[in-house]
Design a protein around this ligand. Structure first.
Ligand code: CP3
Length: 396
């Protein structure tokens, strides 16, 4: 049976993701539980990164840190984990090297590699092998006690394939490109296998207590528009279409889903045609241009300040927040405020706090200016209902 939790006191992000008009924009940031927080280092101590992911007690403590530090300013928690737990569940070894990032001692070499055959043939028990994530989610929901919703996540098939064949981060993507351009069919088989595991993994995260889901395609921007349509989009779509089906089989209701395809600015319209509720944007998008496109499809956007602006001081932060609030229609519909990628080390937590406060302040003052998506029905809404608008009645 699904665990029981306290009712939500703040469901702003869920209402926004469903497309509703809201009183202000919800906000959180990617990687909000991380190295820029002194308390992160304290709680992590000498534990290895994946050890922290595997300990529900530590993972839930880390997840809650930004919620507690930025109390009242932040509208979602994201479970402390990593996208690379899926390759681990598929039988690959992944270690986190301090100050360097993830490392696979034995990446997949090619379709003739014995490990590729094993990975393709292995029946992964997603329930059992990632049980520690579900336990961390359930414990975190209990500790949150309804303060804000909890986001679950996974990596997108294309991004996970990159890590599995490169063996870690890369600038050149030599192995990934060799795979997709030389071994297209074998790559697609692997992408499909990963997509199926992601569906089960996300559904089980919801069963454990996740209230919203995000798929991270961090390396989408390495693909050309045509390659993205071949090697990423079909698998992102598969996940969005199949998670609700799997949830229904489990007797659970659907939850809002977000896709973040970093660098794939050319694909915004294609992503708007999928069944994801929210499209995450990096900072290469102009907020106003993206918002115009997303509104056509009734989609919600998430993002998209350059994380680097947090190194630039308060004036720079105010400027970027103003641009977002204005570009994303004032913040009363269709926008979840965030950075355009994860927060980076050495950012001062107080500068992030200021970023949140500026979103609150500027979105509130944009209401005074009377934007289209305010609580009040707009002139256009009223005209569509055949009613005169207040502004018209007042002769403004
Ligand atoms: O957002 C959150 O607060 C939740 C936790 C979270 C982590 N990783 C914790 C983490 C999430 C959502 C991720 C996702 C993730 N992991 C992505 C997708 C998002 C993105 O940034 O594009 C990717 C590509 C990974 C793989 C990964 N994990 C890399 C490349 C690295 C090293 C990068 C770095 O910042 O050095 C990690 C390590 C990692 N994952 C850390 C954290 C807090 C840093 C670990 C540490 O050194 O203590």
């Amino acid at each position: 049976m699904a665990p029981q939790f306290e009712p939500l006191k703040n469901d702003l992000i869920l209402r926004t993701a469903r497309g509703e008009k809201v009183e202000r924009p919800p906000m959180w940031v990617m990687r909000q539980a991380g190295r820029y927080l002194p308390e992160y280092h304290e709680a992590k101590g000498s534990h290895d990164f994946f050890e922290c992911c595997r300990s529900p007690e530590i993972a839930s403590t880390l997840t809650l840190q930004p919620i507690e530090r930025f109390e009242g300013l932040i509208d979602a928690a994201i479970i402390f984990s990593d996208i690379l737990v899926i390759p681990q569940a598929m039988g690959m070894e992944v270690i986190m090297v301090d100050k360097k990032g993830p490392h696979f001692p034995e990446p997949l070499q090619g379709p003739d590699d014995k490990q590729y055959q094993e990975v393709m043939e292995r029946e992964v028990d997603v329930k059992e092998s990632l049980d520690y994530v579900y336990k961390a989610i359930t414990l975190t929901r209990q500790k949150l006690a309804g303060r804000v919703p909890l986001i679950g996540f996974c990596g997108a098939p294309w991004t996970l394939l990159c890590y599995m064949v490169e063996g870690g981060g890369t600038k050149l993507f030599i192995q990934s490109k060799t795979w997709v351009f030389k071994h297209g069919e074998e790559s697609k088989a692997l992408l499909q296998k990963i997509a199926e595991l992601c569906v089960e993994y996300l559904a089980l995260q919801v069963q454990a207590g996740a209230q919203m889901l995000q798929v991270f395609d961090s390396w989408a921007g390495e693909l050309s528009p045509t390659s993205f349509k071949t090697f990423s989009l079909p698998y992102l779509t598969y996940i969005a279409d199949n998670v609700p089906k799997r949830l229904a089989e489990l007797g659970l209701e659907s939850v809002p889903m977000t896709v973040f395809a970093k660098g794939a600015w050319y694909a915004l319209e294609d992503l708007c045609k999928t069944s994801y509720n929210t499209i995450g944007l990096d900072w290469l998008h102009d907020p106003a241009d993206a918002y115009k496109i997303a509104r056509k499809y009734g989609k919600v956007l998430q993002g998209n300040a350059d994380p680097g602006v947090l190194y630039g001081g308060r004036e720079a932060i105010t400027t970027v927040v103003k641009e977002m609030v204005t570009g994303f229609g004032g913040g009363k519909q269709g926008w979840i405020a965030n950075l355009g990628h994860g927060i980076t080390p050495f950012v001062k937590p107080d500068d992030l706090k200021f970023f949140f406060e500026e979103i609150h302040r500027l979105a509130a003052s944009s209401q005074a200016a009377g934007n289209e998506a305010s609580e009040e029905p707009s002139a256009r809404d009223l005209a569509m209902r055949g009613e005169p608008s207040k502004n018209l009645l007042h002769g403004i």
